[in-house]
Design a protein. Structure first.
Length: 257
């Protein structure tokens, strides 16, 4: 059985592991000692490791299983407020030391937050990975890395109706975790290398529409098509990808396969 390494087995990493566990042997990392037993019970072969953002770790050792892995998926967050570039660089360098001289297939979970906050429909070509600090640091050492720019992570209890929300007229850029898992699964099978994709549901209702739909309430407002939206057209075209959850208004409805 092929082996997959998931660096950062949090909410998203767990969902990816669950999807792939029947096809691959899963190796994970966690920063929390309390999670070791849980990950072990799922047969995910956990490693306890932290990636400090304030300094270069002198004790960071290369992941023992790295050379055995067919693919590595990095879900550790690297987004931060402006002015945090140096700490984020230190965190990335610690992670890179952990991965070592890995040559296999790799995925880095980035964010659609790399695009400016202006009213426009953004494609990948409008923001080079070389100009995004977190992406550039990973890409410099691992040119084969696939960079997935994820929209707002939703699904399970992560639904807009469960949060205190402002600016209800703004259009949403959301993605259901099931579709992220499907993208990764398809790219693993295709042996994709050096791709940059926006992973975002293709329909962009406003926040109020989403909340009302999830609360089973009517929406009587005027639908706008103007706003900041992120396009998944490249992903759809190159991967021939079909979304299980194309419309964030219906992320609360479980699709039975």
């Amino acid at each position: 059985m092929k082996k997959i390494g998931i660096i950062g087995c949090g909410w998203l990493g767990n969902h990816i592991a669950e999807r792939l566990s029947g096809q691959y042997e899963i190796f994970t990392t966690t920063t929390s000692e309390s999670k070791i037993e849980e990950l072990t019970s799922k047969r995910y072969h956990p490693t306890l490791v932290d990636f400090p953002s304030e300094y270069l770790s002198e004790t960071m050792k290369e992941w023992e299983v790295a050379s055995q892995l067919d693919a590595v998926i990095i879900t550790v967050p690297f987004s931060g407020v402006k002015g945090a570039e140096i700490p984020l660089q230190e965190k990335a360098k610690n992670l890179l030391a952990f991965v070592g001289n890995y040559k296999g297939q790799m995925f880095f979970m980035s964010s659609t937050g790399v695009y400016p906050d202006i009213e426009k429909d953004f494609t990948e070509d409008e923001q080079s990975a070389d100009d995004v600090l977190s992406e550039a640091v990973i890409k410099a050492q691992f040119p084969q890395v696939n960079i997935l720019r994820l929209a707002g992570l939703m699904g399970d209890q992560r639904l807009l109706k469960n949060y205190h929300i402002s600016n209800l007229d703004l259009l949403v850029n959301h993605i259901h975790y099931a579709d992220i898992c499907s993208v990764v699964e398809k790219m693993l099978k295709n042996q994709s290398q050096s791709k940059v994709y926006n992973v975002v549901a293709p329909i962009h209702p406003n926040k109020e529409e989403v909340i009302n739909a999830q609360k089973d309430l009517p929406y009587s407002g005027e639908r706008t098509t103007i706003g900041r939206t992120i396009s998944p057209s490249k992903l759809i075209s190159e991967l021939n990808f079909e979304f299980e959850y194309p419309d964030p208004r219906y992320f609360h409805i479980e699709i039975l396969s």
